[in-house]
Design a protein around this ligand. Structure first.
Ligand SMILES: Nc1nc2c(ncn2[C@@H]2O[C@H](COP(=O)(O)OP(=O)(O)OP(=O)(O)O)[C@@H](O)[C@H]2O)c(=O)[nH]1
Ligand SMILES: [Mg+2]
Length: 223
């Protein structure tokens, strides 16, 4: 009996998150903004990648970053130091962002953005359960984490449109096989676009930026 009640509550909670997420996506699509949600384990390189992508995109595009953290504004400060607006969401303990958290800061999101990036809380499990109204969900897998993670943490990979294998500059020093990681990830979600990047030597960054630009045009052409 107890189990059934918890299940019902969960369905209602997720249902409500979905409604808010759909409304966020609808409004931002209307504004012509592409929303990209970055998910990964702590330290996989989300902020480092956003710093590099942001510096490049800001030359010709309008963008902002929503920074999700359990505590501190450290990542938001890193993004702002690159001259990119960052809106902080501090969850005070929750291990993921939810659509209603974005709903609360929605008025702070500029209406004229091309790109809105969301850095989710560092966690490969919980964030996968919450649609935030994004158009593209990217899961990052860093070389030091190991190439066996896609099947161990499948939901993050199953629900993503894009896989970014990060820290490729470390491949020579680690027992990490990028081909194996890619194959395993694609075996559970063959539709993912896959990128291999390094924030140290810049590998793969241009291809990733092109993918985001193409996706922006696609979202706008559907409007
Ligand atoms: N070698 C190498 N180190 C990297 C790369 N990208 C990030 N790092 C390092 O990895 C560490 C974590 O990077 P962050 O960008 O802070 O990772 P994050 O995913 O934002 O971390 P959280 O927000 O705490 O979850 C830092 O010491 C970075 O300098 C990379 O491509 N290669
Ligand atoms: Mg970060």
């Amino acid at each position: 009996m107890k189990k059934k009640r918890e299940y019902t509550v969960l369905v209602e909670l997720l249902g409500s998150n979905q409604r808010v997420a759909n409304e966020i996506r609808r409004r931002l699509t209307e504004n012509g903004t592409l929303v990209i949600n970055f998910m990964s384990s702590p330290g996989a390189g989300k902020t480092s990648l956003l710093e590099i992508i942001g510096e490049n995109l800001k030359k010709n595009y309008r963008l902002a970053v929503i920074e999700g953290d359990i505590e501190t504004e450290k990542d938001a400060e890193r993004i702002r130091a690159k001259g990119i607006p960052a809106i902080q969401i501090t969850t005070g303990g929750a291990c993921h962002l939810e659509a209603k958290m974005l709903g609360k800061i929605f008025d702070k999101i500029p209406k004229d953005l091309d790109f809105l990036f969301i850095e989710n809380i560092g966690n490969l499990v919980c964030p996968a359960n919450y649609d935030l109204g994004e158009h593209i969900r990217c899961v990052l897998l860093s070389a030091p984490e190991g190439d066996d993670k896609p099947k161990k943490y499948p939901k993050a990979f199953i629900t993503s449109q894009c896989l970014i294998i990060t820290k490729s500059d470390l491949f020579p020093y680690l027992p990490f096989d990028p081909e194996r990681a890619k194959k395993e990830a694609l075996s559970i979600n063959p539709k993912m676009e896959v990128f291999i990047t390094s924030a140290i030597n810049g590998e793969g960054i241009d291809d990733l930026i092109e993918y985001f630009k193409t996706s922006l045009h696609e979202v706008r052409s559907k409007e």
